[in-house]
Design a protein around this ligand. Structure first.
Ligand code: IMP
Ligand code: MG
Length: 178
């Protein structure tokens, strides 16, 4: 059992307000676009993607891609592997990558280099969180929820060892014992 304490960083209310702001911005930027494809990066982004996609006012479809870092975290080597590819052919489509958090940036950097050669009409990125202090790759983020300090956060889809994803708030976790 994981014994842990979480200190609230963003309440449910703060999260929902920010998601609404991002959705309004994205809906306005993609006004008139008929083929916006949201690409959710599994697994961490599934709750953010669900909330964001329901608040968009432009036509959109959803697809998923699953990536993992070798050894559990990209910190060790920066190497990322593809677990499950998209179903959709993205050629000619407007693609918006939806991520939970940018830590080192290696995952998003890999994803951009994987999707760019497939010739989407446009390729933009949205991440709910980013840890600026930890960035190793200068990845472009077109829509960002919040910058956060260098700490491990859980909730709102984010996990620690696959737990805590369902918390309605985002908290900084402190592990006491396992
Ligand atoms: P990056 O390749 O280092 O940018 O790592 C990004 C991925 O690591 C994210 O998509 C998350 O799955 C995971 N990650 C990084 N930091 C955290 C955190 O604080 N909580 C939960 N997952 C995290
Ligand atoms: Mg992720």
């Amino acid at each position: 059992m994981i014994l842990a304490e979480t200190a609230v960083l963003f309440t449910e209310e703060t999260i929902q307000k920010r998601v609404g702001e991002l959705a309004r911005q994205i809906s306005s930027d993609y006004a008139g676009v008929e083929d916006l494809l949201l690409v959710g990066v599994l697994r961490g982004s599934y709750i953010f993607l669900a909330d964001l996609s329901r608040r968009l006012t432009v036509p959109r479809t959803v697809d998923f891609i699953a990536l993992a870092a070798y050894g559990g975290t990209t910190m060790a080597t920066g190497a990322v592997r593809l677990i499950m590819d998209l179903r959709a052919d993205i050629a000619g489509k407007h693609v918006l990558i939806v991520e939970d958090i940018i830590d080192t940036g290696y995952t998003l950097d890999y994803l951009l280099s994987l999707l760019r050669p497939r010739r989407p009409a446009s390729l933009k990125t949205c991440s709910f969180l980013r840890k600026p202090a930890r960035l190793k790759k200068d990845v472009p983020i077109d829509y960002l929820g919040f910058d956060i300090p260098d700490a491990w956060v859980v909730g709102y889809g984010l996990d620690y060892k696959d737990k805590f994803r369902a918390l309605p708030y985002i908290g900084i976790i402190k592990i006491n014992a396992e």
